[in-house]
Design a protein around this ligand. Structure first.
Ligand SMILES: [Zn+2]
Length: 412
């Protein structure tokens, strides 16, 4: 199966294969080709260049992209897409002035989601999640990471991970699974956090590794949740089992989680709304990708990750949605890109790099997706007719997507 996209007004994010991520000043460089063609064969990018070099080959389908742009699909490296029900009643509590911590103390928050999830069957959970996954693909997401962490019991955590496994089997886009058993301490272990962590490490994680139910392990490192020591304990246990770390750190406080993540070679450290200078220093020269979640900052009215400062310090940055029922009930990467420009002062080039190639790296998918490179999966956004790619973040709350292609097949 061959598809030729021709007369593309501008083909964005064209790279040589083998690039892991971009950092610092290089984030402001978004290589493009104007008046381009793109040849897709059997779901992979086969060739691209300017129309003057367009090859005369037999193809099954020709897409005339006159006036439109093509870019790689968004790579959303941080979601909690599998959940049961919604938390709109807490949304109203929040409007009335209750804080995140007060809502959690009322029995809401993560524990509320866990209770609903425990009562939901695997099939129901799968069907609810499918709706959200279809929705974000239509919004241009072509690779996604999904976490457990709303189960908080052995059976329910495994249920979540099995739902993710079924999604992997039934969808063509790359999906990565993260075990986030240490999302909160469940009520049964209220006074025995160590006991809960031991159960995760001794009982659940070996089973997850053995059944290949997750690639990554995560923990919510935050005051009132899990300490830096707890975080190191989980990361070390993960490493022994081949589960790479991706951790929630510095959402409300900076307590040393970033340094611990770098020390244990976490693939990413996510949130980072509260960043001290020493946290930025710790990330310099590391292989750990900092990930900002602007949808969460918007929804909770908390500070945005200081992305401008971090990029100016030479760091890379990735953008993700944090799609979850409590603090970011939207998986719209177009909004994340707009918010990064509007609120974090990233340039459109930086935001697009953060949402594509760097997001791919934060899932270990830099060889598969995240740029227009020969051999990568043809997961593509075909835009509506637009004057420049700046229009993508500028038109916040909208999206400029005409079609989304996953492995060369049109989804919308
Ligand atoms: Zn999260």
């Amino acid at each position: 199966m061959r598809t030729l996209f021709k007369n593309i007004k501008e083909l964005l994010q064209v790279r040589e294969a083998g690039l892991d991520f971009v950092a610092g000043e290089a984030m402001n460089d978004l290589p493009t080709i104007q008046d381009a063609y793109l040849l897709v064969e059997d779901g992979l990018i086969k060739d691209f260049g300017t129309m003057t070099d367009c090859p005369k080959v037999e193809v099954d389908e020709v897409v005339d992209a006159t006036g439109k742009m093509i870019l790689p699909t968004w790579c959303d490296s941080h979601t909690h897409l599998v959940y049961a029900g919604n938390r709109e009643s807490e949304f109203v509590d929040k409007i009335k002035g209750l804080s995140y911590h007060e809502i959690a103390a009322k029995g809401g928050g993560i524990l509320n989601s866990a209770k609903k999830l425990q009562e939901t069957s695997e099939d129901d959970l799968y069907e609810q999640t499918k709706i959200r996954l279809d929705e974000i693909i239509a919004l241009g997401t072509g690779a996604v990471e999904i976490k457990s962490g709303y189960g908080l019991t052995e059976a329910s955590e495994l249920k979540m991970l099995r739902v993710i496994k079924r999604l992997k089997e039934n969808y063509k886009l790359p999906i990565k699974a993260t075990f986030l058993g240490a999302h909160a301490v469940p009520t049964e272990y209220k006074d025995d956090k160590a006991g809960y962590l031991n159960m995760l490490v001794e009982k659940l994680m070996p089973k997850i590794a053995e059944e290949s139910l997750a690639e990554f392990v995560d923990i919510f490192c935050e005051e009132g949740y899990f300490s830096v020591e707890d975080t190191e304990f989980i990361m070390e246990a993960g490493k022994k089992l081949g589960l790479i770390s991706k951790i929630h750190v510095n959402q409300f406080t900076s307590i040393g989680g970033v340094q611990a993540g770098v020390k244990h070679e976490a693939l990413s450290v996510d949130h980072l709304e509260e960043m001290k200078d020493e946290d930025i220093e710790a990330l310099k020269g590391s292989k750990t990708m900092p990930v900002a979640l602007p949808g969460c900052s918007f929804f909770l009215s908390i500070p945005y990750t200081p992305g401008r400062k971090m990029i100016d310090a030479g760091l890379p940055l990735a953008l993700a949605t944090d799609y979850n029922p409590g603090s970011s009930p939207s998986g719209n990467m177009n909004f994340a890109v707009s918010a990064a420009c509007i609120k974090m002062k990233l340039t459109p080039e930086e935001a697009i790099n953060a949402a594509t190639i760097n997001g791919a790296y934060a899932m270990g998918l830099q060889d598969t997706v995240g740029s227009i490179a020969v051999g990568k999966e043809a997961n593509l956004i075909l835009t509506k007719p637009i004057n420049s790619y700046n229009f993508i973040p500028y038109s916040f709350g909208e999206n400029q997507i005409e079609s989304v292609y996953i492995k060369g097949h049109s989804i919308i």
